[in-house]
Design a protein around this ligand. Structure first.
Ligand code: GDP
Length: 330
């Protein structure tokens, strides 16, 4: 068995065509939940859902989130209602005292559904309604994810990083805001002064995650700050990674990022926005897979290949490099 740690883009792109090298039934994916928010009363788990939809054959591969060709009737109606009633639009936190009330897993990340600031398709929304209803009936996020994985026919085991709430907050000159407000609501424009994983000090890894981390681990080319950072804040995960063989794939080529806000976030937490900075952030990684054009010298074994992940053939090539790197450290 091999365990992958995943955010919502880089690692799912690697998984997309990795099946010949890492057979799905022998693969576990632990997904970041720091990006999750409660929107209009429903818990949305973007990174879990990208893997759910990818493996279920439903993912929109243009965006790497949501269900392909989903309809938007409810989203459009939410905006029509807000318009007609002259209600505010944009990301709206529920009041401060509500942030710590009620459903524990939504702490510090509760947003109004009025004119929802994040696009949710109709079929996608059905997943959030089902998930939230099962959570409210007393099931853990791990159990709920297993049921959803069954519904989507997953062969891989998919686990949330924790059953406890961890909210990724971006500190900016405009004040702290949840990652989704910063990235989706404000296009990542406010300067990053720091990143906080609120709740991380009280979150623990589930038994399923700890078991999965006893196997060799692949840290896919995900964002080290907002996809791996929340996991490393959860009690037990960093310790488990130190004990097991870990191979990390860089989301950078030198100091060039493939996509997304990794550069601003790395700089914001005082790390070099580059492969060298990633290696510093991952002291538990025993080997790295870097791009052939990446000249970074590291103090650990490196396997080089073209790390572009646009097609399933690309994923297969990078997966073979990961397997080679694992071979060097197991
Ligand atoms: P998020 O949850 O959507 O932020 O996604 P992740 O954290 O899983 O992935 C974001 C990272 O994926 C970015 O830092 C990108 O550099 C990286 N990424 C995107 N496309 C590619 C690719 O084709 N190859 C590699 N190596 N990394 C990629």
């Amino acid at each position: 068995m091999v365990t992958f740690l995943a955010g919502g883009t880089g690692t799912p792109k690697l998984l997309a065509g990795a099946g010949d090298v890492f057979p799905p039934e022998r693969t576990t994916v632990v997904a970041n939940t720091g990006d999750d928010i409660e929107l209009g009363g429903h818990l949305v788990c973007p990174d879990l859902d990208t893997v759910l939809f990818l493996d279920g054959g439903e993912l929109d591969r243009e965006t790497w989130w949501g269900i392909a060709d989903d309809s938007d009737a409810t989203h459009d109606e939410l905006h029509r209602l807000a318009d007609a009633a002259d209600l505010p639009t944009g990301p709206q936190y529920l009041p401060e005292d509500i942030q710590t009330a009620g459903r524990d897993i939504a702490r510090h990340r509760r947003f109004s559904g009025v004119a929802e600031f994040m696009y949710i398709g109709d079929r996608d929304r059905a997943v959030h309604v089902t998930r939230t209803s099962l959570l409210d009936a007393g099931h853990s996020l791990t159990e709920v994810t297993r049921r959803l994985a069954d519904a989507f026919g997953l062969e891989r085991t998919l686990l949330p990083m924790s059953d406890d709430p961890v909210a990724t907050m971006i500190h900016t000159p405009r004040g702290p805001m949840h990652f989704q407000e910063w990235w989706v609501g404000r296009n990542g424009v406010p300067a990053v002064e720091d990143v906080e994983f609120r709740g991380g000090d009280r979150a623990t890894a589930s038994d399923s995650v700890l078991q999965a981390l006893a196997d060799p681990v692949v840290v896919g080319p995900s964002n080290p700050v907002t996809s791996l950072g929340p996991m490393l804040a959860v009690e037990g995960i960093r310790e488990a990674l130190a004990e097991t063989p870990v191979v990390a794939v860089s989301p950078f080529v030198g100091d060039r990022v493939f996509s997304g806000p990794a550069t601003a976030l790395m700089a914001g937490v005082g790390r070099d926005p580059s492969t060298a900075g990633v290696a510093d952030a991952y002291p538990f990684a025993d080997a790295f897979v870097l791009d052939s054009d990446d000249e970074t010298a590291l103090d650990r074994p490196v396997v080089r290949t073209d790390t572009t992940l646009d097609t399933e053939a690309d994923s297969d090539r990078v997966a073979r490099a990961v397997a080679d790197a694992l071979g060097e450290v197991t």
